[in-house]
Ligand binder design. Structure first.
Ligand code: HEM
Ligand code: SF4
Length: 577
């Protein structure tokens, strides 16, 4: 009997899938209630932390372990080795940041993060090298200035993104940032929504150019106006659901809805509930996003809308025709007039998001000296200062340039995005941050004067944290064997776009060593310059050419297609960030 019981336990342990394990752990504890545990780990040291905290619960606090610098190589179970240090993601809803907050982040970066911080593609700031001993202090310092890390990672509502120039953009339909902040207050840290099937991404924007990429969020709300019979036009929102990138990219499905301003929060809550209650999504971690209701479970957008309306208890008005932005490149870099007359916002290009504490301190001081102390983070890993008097904008631009945060730059400098890569990420196949800086320098040298806007996204594995699926040129990390040695390599995806000409970048079958990437891009762009029709932009050029043609331009000769998903190393999928 004893033996049978033991055998049963062993069988149960062995047969538990990754998804079942994660569901069991989530049912057992709402990690947001575990602050006392975190304080205890800090007192007792790294070795006192149980695996369920390391592997699961910490993420609810924006915390996850850092790789050893080798990425996925050398680890086990599809992930690399971890160090006893953490990455910590600070949530910045709508990218709204005060100088005092940035100064605090700078101080924490200096004290506890070995001076390394990154602006991310969801307007967050991520620190590295944080120890468990430091964690409670770091959290408390952040709370004191109104910042937190709650739900920056984990199976919860992630940072809610919005137009970084909300409220100051001269051309916006409305300032939607109050809704983003309200939605953040409703969902972040709310016990009702601590256990979603997986991450849940929201973006709400009132701008006309859809800066925060609503198409790749689980919920994307974009402002729209409709005529009312008497009186002025009414501002509401178009609604897309189920967008997301990762290994199976999907652009959000538009619902037949005009969401009125006061319906936005109930609608968001309704979708969060719908997602939370979608039990079939909890069966596989890799397929636990809203999009899989459409991709695997036979739902249509209409089914989705019916379910949503049943939950919220009212019917949504039918959609209004949208005006999707034709050219969605908008890094906000440079000096731009605000809607408030006599004022500008000034945008710095932060090369692949890496920023030092000295730069953060200096930017905070400049925001105080020249403006109202308000800054913004963007989805293109950049930093803005808003409310700058027009007459002082040039001087501010010069000062920003002097601290290494220039307000202009080559299209390569401005368009470069990179994910965390093997420096810190356990899933990485390649190093990305140093590589992308080098790539930009090489391209600037090889193609001086190239003047097309370009989204050049580098991502260290198929998970697409660097959003290579929506880039003009998106490259995905691989390994190639050279003389028996595994070397960093990249696979090319071209022609990704959001907005009117939305399209997932096409994997064109070309792969080369990391060291050969600049040459390949130079060949491609030189062909475009030589053969592009007059006035034709890069996106049209890519759209007009077949995969084999683009592959040949990259290679400089006719080559056979290489399959994208056959990396020499294993494709990792078991850790989520
Ligand atoms: C299964 C594993 C993972 C998947 C599928 C995944 C997927 C993604 C995707 C698609 C994004 C783009 C953000 C957007 O939607 O706009 C993203 C963002 C990000 N990912 Fe991952 N990721 C994974 C694991 C990781 C890990 C292990 C790290 C560790 C370094 C990481 C770091 C980041 C960072 C820093 C961002 C910026 C987003 C933010 O601030 O919220 N990811 N991830
Ligand atoms: S794409 Fe994401 S998971 Fe992959 S290397 Fe980059 S940060 Fe890591």
């Amino acid at each position: 009997m004893g033996f049978c019981f033991l055998a049963q336990i062993m069988t149960t342990t062995v047969t538990e899938t990754k998804a079942q394990k994660s569901e069991r752990l989530k049912r057992a504890l709402n990690p947001w209630e575990g602050l006392a545990e975190i304080r205890r780990f800090a007192r007792e040291g790294f070795d006192s932390i149980p695996p369920e905290w390391i592997g699961t619960y910490f993420r609810w606090w924006g915390v996850y372990t850092q790789g050893d610098g080798a990425g996925v190589v050398g680890g086990q179970g599809g992930q690399g080795r971890a160090l006893p240090f953490f990455m910590l993601r600070i949530r910045i809803p709508n990218g709204l940041l005060q100088s005092a907050q940035l100064r605090t982040i700078a101080k924490l970066t200096r004290l506890y993060a070995r001076g390394t911080a990154d602006l991310t593609v969801r307007q967050n700031i991520q620190l590295h090298w944080v120890t468990i001993e430091a964690l409670p202090d770091v959290l408390e310092e952040l709370w004191r200035v109104g910042l937190n890390t709650t739900g920056a990672c984990g199976d919860v509502t992630r940072n809610i993104t919005g137009c970084p120039v909300a409220g100051v953009d001269a051309d916006e339909i409305c300032d939607a940032s109050p809704l983003a902040l309200e939605a953040d207050r409703m969902l972040a840290g709310n016990a009702e929504f601590y256990n979603l099937p997986r991450k849940f991404k929201l973006s709400i924007t009132g701008c006309r150019v859809w800066c925060p990429y609503p198409e790749i969020n689980d919920v994307g709300l974009t402002a729209i106006q409709r005529r009312v019979l008497h009186g002025k036009p009414e501002v509401g929102f178009a609604l897309r659901v189920g967008g997301g990138l990762s290994t199976e990219p999907y652009l959000g499905a538009p619902l037949d809805a005009f969401v009125r301003w006061n319906q936005v929060l109930p609608v968001i809550k309704g979708i969060a509930e719908l997602f939370r209650d979608s039990e079939p999504l909890r069966e596989h971690r890799e397929r636990a996003r809203l999009k899989f209701l459409f991709l695997r479970h036979g739902w249509t957008p209409n089914d989705f809308q019916k379910d949503l309306e049943r939950r919220i208890g009212f019917q949504l008005d039918p959609a209004e025709p949208e005006h999707a932005p034709a050219d969605v490149y908008r890094d906000h870099v440079g000096i731009h007039p605000q809607k408030q007359s006599g004022y500008c916002y000034v945008g710095s290009a932060v090369l692949r998001g890496r920023i030092t504490p000295e730069q953060m301190d200096a930017a905070a001081d400049l925001a105080d000296r020249f403006a109202s102390g308000e800054l913004r983070t963007t989805n293109m890993q950049n930093l803005l200062i808003v409310n700058v008097p027009r007459l002082r904008a040039d001087e501010l631009a010069q000062e920003l340039g002097a601290i290494g945060l220039p307000v202009s730059g080559s299209p390569f400098f401005r368009g470069a995005i990179a994910c965390s890569g093997s420096e810190f990420c356990k899933l990485a196949i390649t190093e990305t941050k140093t590589f992308s800086r080098w790539l930009v320098e090489e391209l600037e040298e090889r193609l001086p004067g190239f003047d097309q806007h370009l989204k050049l996204h580098v991502t260290g594995c198929p998970n697409s944290c660097g959003q290579h699926w929506i880039a003009d040129i998106g490259i995905e990390g691989k390994k190639m064997k050279v003389n028996g040695q595994m070397m960093d390599a990249y696979y090319f995806c071209l022609g990704g776009a959001v907005g009117l000409h939305q399209s997932i970048a096409r994997p064109v079958g070309y792969r080369c060593l990391a060291t050969e990437v600049p040459e390949a891009i130079e060949r491609l762009l030189r062909t475009y310059l030589a053969r592009g029709d007059a006035g034709e932009n890069l996106r049209h050029f890519f759209a007009r050419h077949s995969d084999p043609e683009l592959r040949d331009y990259l290679a400089g000769q006719t080559v056979d297609a290489v399959a994208r998903d056959l990396p020499e190393g294993r494709v990792p999928s078991s850790v989520e960030g």
